[in-house]
Design a protein around this ligand. Structure first.
Ligand SMILES: [Ca+2]
Ligand SMILES: [Ca+2]
Length: 369
């Protein structure tokens, strides 16, 4: 008996030791329903922590933030509880504050709306391996969602809505839907985004020195003065793909820009080999595609009814299969009514179904899904 009991004790201790090694004592699922608990859960999270937020609107009085890293195998999760609707409002924050800031790696954030921020809604600084899924960053006082800093790599922003952002102090000059600016790092992806009615640009890669990939994204209605600002200064580019002297081969696939005040797609002085394929630019205020100095590769894009014209391209641009190239015809749109583009997303979070700007073509333009 003694030897059996000793054996059990030894195996029990060994099992406990394994458990401690594989799961830190602080890793746990935390369900929160108050601002205080939400603030502390984010502050105290460690690798493996899962924070589930009960439905409701939360009003933090200080920026929610963390510098704690998850790991690729044991990320930190911040998400809504079940299918409950979670909104985090910035209206009780001090002026100039962000709602949520991470300087951290391997976080998965999903199914949360960040709204009415005094400044930017969500900022991820020098983040690695974060996943943002079905979040909204809306009606804030600067850009909706921001990735910034060196060491910004392998982050995925999927199915985000970013709209209605406006920086009053600068008369709308800065508030983009998504800003991936002032930094570097590869492997960053934006997919399924809907970026609209922001005061400045839909998406902006100003001074980001590594390639970013964008796909299945809609950028529309940006840069229009919706705030009765007599000194309005928003730029209104759908996709601002550079700036500040960086030379970067960003990639945009199967995406659309319409009804923006400025250009649909622009290099913005980036001389790099930007790749743009199967996109559509419709009824933007300036050019559909503005690539005057870059070595962009424009393929199978469709430009219709843009204010300044379809394309402004310099001699270093490679252009093939676009509807402005010789011998390429312009398919007609099934619909030019954008109403359905404002509909709710599908239950899986993908863009709402629409026939807007679809053509049925298998060779040119965005497929709008
Ligand atoms: Ca601007
Ligand atoms: Ca901008």
């Amino acid at each position: 008996m003694r030897s059996l009991r000793n054996a059990l004790t030894v195996s029990a201790v060994a099992a406990l030791g394994l458990a401690l090694l594989s799961a830190p004592a602080s890793a746990a699922t935390v369900v929160v329903s108050t601002v205080t608990d939400l603030t502390n859960a984010i502050k105290n999270a460690t690798a493996g922590t899962v924070i589930q937020v009960r439905g409701g609107t939360y009003y933090p009085t200080a920026t929610l933030q963390s510098t704690a890293n998850g790991t690729s195998g044991s990320p930190i999760t911040l998400t809504a509880y079940g299918s409950e609707v979670v909104k985090i409002s910035g209206t009780s924050l001090p002026s100039g504050s962000w709602i949520f800031k991470l300087t951290a790696d391997y976080w998965n954030v999903s199914n949360i709306t960040f709204q009415n921020s005094p400044d930017s809604a969500v900022v991820c600084q020098s983040c690695i391996g974060t996943n943002w899924n079905n979040i909204k960053t809306i009606n804030g006082g600067d850009s909706g969602f921001t990735l910034t800093g060196d060491g910004t790599s392998n982050n995925t922003v999927k199915n985000i809505d970013a709209y209605g952002n406006y920086d009053a102090a600068e008369h709308g000059e800065n508030a983009d839907g998504i800003a991936i600016k002032f930094g570097s790092g590869t492997g960053n992806l934006v997919t399924g985004a809907r970026l609209y009615n922001n005061s400045d640009d839909g998406i902006d890669f100003w001074s980001f020195s590594s390639p970013v990939t964008v796909e299945h994204t809609w950028s529309f209605g940006n840069g229009k003065n919706r705030w009765s600002d007599s000194a309005f200064a928003g730029d209104g580019n759908g996709y601002k793909l550079g700036g500040d002297g960086e030379t970067v081969a960003h990639v945009v696939n199967n995406s659309a820009a319409w009804d923006n005040a400025g250009n649909g797609f622009t290099e913005n002085s980036n001389k790099g080999a930007i790749v743009i394929n199967r996109t559509t630019a419709y009824a933007n205020g300036n050019w559909g595609y503005y690539f005057a100095t870059s070595s962009a590769k424009l393929g199978k894009n469709l430009a219709v009814s843009n204010g300044s014209g379809s394309v402004s391209k310099g001699s270093s641009v490679t252009s093939a299969g676009n509807n402005w190239d010789s011998g390429i015809s312009t398919p007609s749109f099934v619909s030019t009514d954008a109403t359905t583009c404002y509909n709710a997303r599908s239950s899986s979070g993908t863009l709402p179904a629409t026939t807007f700007l679809t053509t049925g073509s298998s060779t040119i333009g965005a497929t709008m899904n």
